[in-house]
Design a binder for this molecule. Structure first.
Ligand code: KG4
Ligand code: ZN
Length: 362
């Protein structure tokens, strides 16, 4: 009791002395992590207090739309402009003072080297100025760990289908940082298949959300695209992309208005094939490992068809399905901050000589 009152008094004095915001009283006892994400084209900053996300600011880069894909040099320049405002906004939204931060967690890789460099350099400089430690985070592990934001957390072991613009993985998650990739794409990623299809259809980048939007209005059985026969739990999407390209080219040769007249049906049929490829492999892996706790992660997990498909399959088989909130599907710093929180608890820090990695195994 005396101890508790003393702590409260010290907290109050601390709060008044340093003119902190409301969370400074909490931070006196619990870890406050600043998370930074800059692996591709989204600059994001997040504040995590004792495992609870208080802010998650994501700044998108519209500049790439005109080029039909992310231009790495432009991405890193825009990250430089966005990173300080994103961090300031994350602090304001969370009502946390920058002096309250205990550690900075940042995406070390995988990703675009120039983009990563901006986040890594910011994290190092901030930590150096504040004399606090830095925590490296693997972007693909962070997508999985987004499931530990909020109350509905999966228990170990679980299988996670991580589907993003650069990766398609089935991950056996044994513990927070003990993950094994048991299946992955041999060529294009699922998000890439979405984006390349939209490019073929003349839609702007990023195409995944647009395929999703038009697919809702179309017939998923209008056209049949092939399902690749790849052994084990691996995936391939490059053959599908080629078959879509030839299908569109041949039909446009016969009818120049083919795309505009059939956009919804094309999107619905392509989405259906991508979703069945993903879910068939996931089902195979879940059966092999005897696991019924199944999670979805990465940008493509925002896809309506995939979310519905997993829920339906899960109901049929008796899986316990975990589907992230929309804001934690695509790239975000909250997933970096929550990964940083668990590493902070282990005292897992890195030195100031840390450098970004374009490739970073799980
Ligand atoms: O995880 P993420 O934000 O970035 C990477 O780490 O790559 O994933 C981006 C990918 C893009 O390919 C984008 O088109 C796709 O996720 N995506 C979607 C949807 N929202 C984003 N694909 C299908 N349906 C969506 N609603
Ligand atoms: Zn990602």
């Amino acid at each position: 009791m005396v101890c508790w009152i003393t702590e409260l008094l010290i907290g109050l004095v601390y709060c008044l002395t340093f003119n902190k915001f409301t969370h400074s009283l909490i931070q006196y006892k619990v870890p406050v992590i600043l998370g930074i994400e800059s692996s591709c084209d989204d600059t994001s900053a997040s504040i995590c207090v004792d495992g609870t996300i208080l802010s998650n600011i994501v700044t998108n880069q519209a500049i790439h739309e005109a080029f039909g894909g992310v231009v790495p040099e432009l991405a890193s320049r825009v990250h430089q402009q966005n990173i300080i405002p994103a961090v300031q906004q994350a602090l304001i939204t969370a009502k946390v003072s920058k002096n309250a931060i205990d550690a900075v967690a940042f995406t070390r890789g995988p990703g675009l080297l120039g983009s990563l460099l901006v986040g890594v350099s910011f994290a190092k400089a901030f930590a150096l100025a504040k004399s606090i430690p830095i925590i490296e985070v693997n972007h693909m592990q962070a997508h999985v760990l987004a499931h530990f934001i909020g109350n509905n957390k999966p228990s170990f072991p679980f299988l996670c289908l991580t589907v993003s613009g650069g990766h398609t993985q089935i991950v056996l998650v044994k513990d927070y940082f003990d993950m094994e990739v048991v299946g992955q794409t041999l060529d294009d990623a699922a998000g890439e298949a979405m984006d390349k299809t939209s490019k073929i259809l003349g839609l702007p980048y990023p195409g995944g959300p647009l395929i999703d939007k038009y697919a809702r209005l179309g017939n998923p059985d209008a056209y049949r695209f092939p399902e690749p026969q790849i052994p084990g739990f691996n995936f391939s999407f490059s053959g599908l992309k080629t078959s879509i390209l030839y299908f569109i080219r041949d039909n446009v040769a016969l009818n120049p208005n083919f795309i505009t007249e059939n956009l919804n049906d094309i999107c619905a049929s392509v989405e259906k094939r991508i979703v069945t490829i993903l879910l068939n492999k996931l089902q195979k892996a879940a059966q092999f490992y005897g696991i019924k706790h199944i999670a979805l992660a990465g940008g493509v997990s925002a896809n309506t068809g995939l979310r519905q498909g997993l829920n339906e399959l899960g109901d049929k088989i008796g899986w316990n399905c975990f589907i992230p909130e929309m804001q934690y599907c695509t790239d975000n710093a909250a997933m970096i901050a929550i990964a940083g929180h668990y590493k902070f608890l282990k005292g897992d820090f890195v030195g100031q000589d840390v450098a970004p990695l374009a490739r970073m195994p799980m």
